[in-house]
Ligand binder design. Sequence first.
Ligand code: ADP
Length: 193
Amino acid sequence: MKLILLGPPGAGKGTQAEALAKRRGLIQLSTGDMLRAAVKAGTEIGRKAESIMKSGGLVPDEVVIGIIAERIGQPDCANGFILDGFPRTLKQAAALDELLDSKGTILDLVIELKVDDNALLSRIEKRASDTIAAGGTPRADDNAEALKTRLLAYYRETSPLIGYYFAQGKLRTIDGMVPVEEVAREIDALLDA
Ligand code: ADP
């Protein structure tokens, strides 16, 4: 099964992708996590991405397409994966289609998590304060300023993917405002349908 979770920052893509990967034995592919790991490790990609990510902007398409192409080619992805945070632009979506096509496979479903914009800032602020309370360091982009840029990038660059996948007949939309477990049940219901 090859899936995409789509939605604005704070929609719960990462939470749902991680839990779903465990439930179904799929691989979670989060470009955000991969980029944060690259920043932490101080690789060349990480050095290039760090300031862009901190401000809430999008890392160049070539960079993330390269990361995903490399990762999807690995044997553990053969059984299926959940993309979370990729694709984020029409160019990335087209590159993914080409990549899967070249492997003789296709995307099964794109699940859009729909949430109220007004809820996003409080979710992001809560994630930051929970992390601090647990003794950790919050993400550099989990603040009101960067969130504005992330939301703008979402509406400008990523939201057209909703139409792109609708036209392919792959889009399913679920309510991301209900409790985490309920969202998970909705996702399972879609996958089992
Ligand atoms: P969120 O969806 O909550 O904003 P992510 O962890 O998915 O968080 O992404 C964090 C940041 O990583 C993004 O704001 C962007 O700078 C970068 N990033 C992640 N995935 C991509 C992508 N596919 N294309 C461009 N930039 C990306």
